[in-house]
Ligand binder design. Structure first.
Ligand code: KG4
Ligand code: ZN
Length: 338
């Protein structure tokens, strides 16, 4: 049994969880979203300050909820990269201190490795190899998961991440932050075929298109042009139809690339992770296309799609059970490839 207390503070959630292998014993997610909403996005200094104010209480709550004591914890983990440096430092320093005080092994976890492991929390029998479609506010990648700690990135976005596109489109339509959940809800009342929007293909020198890489900045600009057109004509903006068409385009683009990649590499399972894995349009498109091609499509539990510490604990538990630990000198990195 490998029980880990894990801390995640890479962005705007102060999260602490206790995980035994692939089982969540307790999970606390103190969201800072209401604090950042007034600024229309995450303010790094405010995020660090909030983590400092909330973290000790979140650790105490996670322990109390688990009804465990320190003697039952086998290791301490924290996200070490990528993310906001000040925010990461708060969680990493707390984890290293706890490891030192309680004489436990320490594991630093890459945030994306956490999102990949979130699917284990809904499907405990999942094992590599599989394809991870990682779609968050900062990343959009297709990752060949060969084993725990062995990853190959096969495709990625050339500009905006999928979640970033949701947030930017929501901002230009004045729908608030974060954009994903509000667009998802509104899109259900609109017509996804109302507007033809560009899917964002990446051209290759041979005249073809990259099969796995994506681009979302052109799509965002197309939405902006559409909004400007309606404004110039003095008409009301059909917001629901616009966001439904936008969401459908993102979902189709990601589905097409993930299915092509899984088939080309002979992978039978696609495990989706990251905040955009919560998107109903993406879930629908991927499930339908997966069934058509005989592929298994798996998603994390809804609450573990967006940032949380359970996924970090799950990844750390896998590492600890293989004897992998990190030195207490480990630092944080704002950018770090997987
Ligand atoms: O994984 P995450 O919590 O943080 C990062 O690691 O970036 O992802 C946050 C992103 C935001 O861009 C948010 O708008 C998006 O995930 N998101 C969604 C949905 N829920 C969250 N995007 C589309 N549909 C959703 N239901
Ligand atoms: Zn994340």
């Amino acid at each position: 049994m490998t029980t880990v207390l894990a801390i995640e503070t890479s962005c705007d959630e102060t999260a602490v969880a206790i995980v035994t292998k692939r089982q969540v014993v307790s999970s606390i997610i103190a969201s800072q979203i209401p604090v950042h909403q007034q600024y229309g996005g995450v303010v790094p200094e405010v995020a660090s300050r909030q983590h400092l104010e909330t973290l000790n209480q979140a650790i105490a709550q996670a322990l109390a909820q688990s009804q465990m004591n320190w003697g039952q914890i086998d290791g301490i983990a924290a996200t070490c990269a990528p993310g906001l440096v000040g925010a990461l430092l708060v969680g990493l320093t707390a984890a290293k201190t706890l490891a030192m005080v309680h004489n436990k092994p320490f594991v630093g976890v890459h945030h994306l490795e956490g999102h990949i492991h979130a699917t284990y929390l809904s499907d405990r029998n999942l094992n590599p190899p599989f394809l991870s479609l990682l779609v968050s506010g900062g990343h959009t990648s297709l990752i060949y998961v060969k084993d725990c700690g062995m990853y190959e990135t096969l495709g990625e976005t050339r500009d905006d991440a999928a979640g970033e596109a949701f947030d930017k489109v929501a901002r230009l339509l004045k729908l608030g932050y974060p954009g994903g959940p509000v667009i998802d809800k509104l899109a259900q009342t609109g017509n996804p075929q109302a507007f033809g929007l560009p899917e964002g293909k990446i051209s290759l020198p041979n005249g073809g298109f990259h099969p796995y890489d994506a681009s979302f900045s052109g799509l965002k600009t197309a939405v902006l042009r559409l909004v400007q057109q309606f404004e110039q004509q003095g008409q009301g903006i059909p917001v629901a139809d616009i966001v439904a068409s936008f969401q459908d385009t993102v979902a189709r683009s990601l589905t097409k690339r993930a299915i092509a990649c899984a088939l080309d590499y002979g992978l039978e399972t696609i495990a989706v992770g990251g905040g955009v894995a919560a998107n109903s349009g993406l879930r629908n498109h991927l499930q339908i296309a997966g069934a058509k091609h005989n592929l298994r499509v798996l998603f994390p539990p809804m609450k573990f799609c967006t940032d949380n510490a359970a996924m970090i604990g799950c990844a750390a538990s896998e590492h600890l059970s293989r004897g992998h630990t990190s030195p207490l000198t480990l630092g944080v990195h704002s950018r770090l490839p997987l």
